[in-house]
Design a protein around this ligand. Sequence first.
Ligand code: ATP
Ligand code: MG
Ligand code: MG
Length: 406
Amino acid sequence: SGELHETPVSVDRKVDSPIHGVTEMLVGVLGGGQLGRMLCQAASRMAIKVCVLDPLEKCPASEIAHNHMVGSFDDSYTVQEFAKRCGVLTVEIEHVDVATLEKLEQQGVDCQPKASTIRIIQDKYLQKVHFSRHAIPLPEFMEIDDLEGAKRAGDLFGYPLMIKSRKLAYDGRGNAVAKSAEELSSAVTALGGFNRGLYVEKWAPFVKELAVIVARGRDDSVLCYPVVETIHKENICHIVKAPADVPWKIGKLATDVACKAVKSLEGAGVFAVELFLTADNEILLNEVAPRPHNSGHHTIESCYTSQYEQHLRAVVGLPLGDPSMKTPAAIMYNILGEDAGDPGFVLAHRVIGRALSISGATVHWYDKPEMRKQRKMGHITIVGPSMGLVKARLNSIIKEEGSDGA
Ligand code: ATP
Ligand code: MG
Ligand code: MG
């Protein structure tokens, strides 16, 4: 880390020609994965220039970004060098060197959302403490340092017990479930042991998982996207349905909780709020992402303003766009990787091939340098006149792969 291999493009803090008043600033994005790629796609359409910082020479955003600096977003020197070239810094991943962002902010560098937000979010335990202080409903949780502590938590919360790693979690990779006290030790080991920094959550007996994307502009204006339902398989997002099929009152409650959570954090951008709906119609917050999110991919085709365009508008200080849906229903399906090698690609190509002949379907392929089991390789969004119809169309695309339908 700390090594800089730059694409030879000259970049100043400001692009020469001012475009629509405020967007002459270069937007620096920490991370160049699929979210960074889709940010670049939205930026390109609006003539906003985005630079990405990512360690992979061939990351999903690299071919679309105005400039790609090859380096680690978790390395202080690299982040500081990157910041020098950008008018505003934002993130597509929260696992960045936040201490350096704080230092840069003190020196006057513009970070959106604020470093304070990244600090809270990137440590899931701190995040839980923060939201409980702000009276946001959450599953009960507790820090654990050793097996004794884990057993005490199990006695208190019962089983199954969710054990989570505080940091560097994504796609469920920092989660382990203990079905009984006997399983605590192996669950902890699976997460890399107590030194990794663990905490536990009471099992949330949800009937549905919901998500709300909240956008906040630099002027503190706030807009919410329609509530969606997210369906996970083995802790990883599988399907998103927009809008969620929930009574109006539940939708309102979910939106209110999401808004309140985001208002407790600082800075501009889009924020995704993951929620549990319980059998007795309670809404509990799972976690917040301070950036565009998998649950908002569908907005590219289904909403007047996509989450990606909205994030850019927010961080550069343009007015926020209309987040409402321009189609009655949308469904999003993640194309997950298989073990490395040709069979995975053949499978993905078959799914994509079928999607290409389906009305209302749009294929997104992230062009990741290699395939891995359960890695997000691409997604398909289908829009249409009803949820029944888009569901049926999705099932006709994925059924032959033995994948659970929608
Ligand atoms: P992401 O990719 O969304 O960042 P992550 O690795 O941060 O995922 P979580 O969001 O904490 O993981 O959990 C992943 C999934 O595990 C949730 O969407 C939910 O299905 C399940 N889950 C998480 N916490 C609990 C809980 N307390 N009780 C029951 N299920 C849970
Ligand atoms: Mg997460
Ligand atoms: Mg999550």
